[in-house]
Design a binder for this molecule. Structure first.
Ligand code: PRP
Length: 213
């Protein structure tokens, strides 16, 4: 019997540079240089495994609906999408950063309703609701760090890595919402139907993570 076909959705961009070496250590390598191609779907050295390369925010969608059997996405995007629709069996421990609130340096707490700018609207809504704080949400898609200095928002919810972007824009980190790293997610039906192949890939990836850690 031939091995089940598996499509794995990878997040493009910086995460991909850290993902591919782990996949190579696990015995999965794209048949051509992903960084030099405009293709979105790649053959690999394994006949039954293909790699898709898409935006991280689309990885959970492809995996939940089964167009991809497995995926690699940042925990931030998984939390924003909602983590009910798939399994999350493995932390690849790459692309680590923190999801935080940030405010202008030395901003004093105000009694007014906090205006929060973010692209992570679901996460922000949940977080401030848990804190019992009423907020006004402002959805932005990038350059969030500008919003407070231009008076659009009092605070932001964003990814912090080195903290340099915050500092350069007169902001400081405040509350930690979640530690972020890249996770492997698996379609629920595929986990049952293609169990042997998926378990094998997960086992090899786990070994690669442990060897590199
Ligand atoms: C992220 C984030 C911050 C920056 C933080 O942006 O939105 O702007 O990194 O990194 P630092 O703490 O090391 O300064 P990214 O470059 O990933 O692009 P994005 O705006 O598309 O999220």
């Amino acid at each position: 019997m031939s091995a089940a076909n598996i499509v794995i959705a990878l997040t493009k961009g910086r995460i991909l540079e850290e993902t591919l070496p782990l996949f190579a250590a696990a015995g999965i390598e794209p048949a051509e240089d992903i960084f030099k191609s405009r293709k979105l779907l790649f053959d690999t050295n394994l006949d039954n495994v293909k790699l898709m390369v898409i935006r991280g925010s689309d990885v959970p969608t492809y995996v939940e609906f089964g167009s991809a059997d497995m995926g690699v996405a940042g925990k931030d995007l998984i939390l924003e999408y909602g983590d009910e629709g798939f399994y999350e069996p493995l932390d690849l421990k790459i692309a680590t950063c923190r999801l935080m609130t940030a405010e202008p340096v030395n901003r004093q707490p105000s009694l007014d309703r906090l205006k929060v700018a973010t692209k992570f609207t679901n996460i922000a809504k949940r977080y401030f609701a848990e804190q019992g704080k009423q907020i006004e949400l402002i959805k932005l898609n990038g350059a969030l760090e500008l919003a407070p200095s231009l008076g659009l928002a009092d605070a932001i919810v964003d990814i912090v890595d080195t903290g340099r972007t915050l500092k350069a824009n007169g902001l400081e980190p405040r509350d930690l919402i979640a530690d972020v790293s890249s996770r492997v997610i698996v379609n629920k039906a595929a986990m049952k139907i293609k169990h042997a192949v998926i378990r094998d890939i997960l086992g090899k990836l786990r070994q690669a993570v442990e060897a590199g850690g």
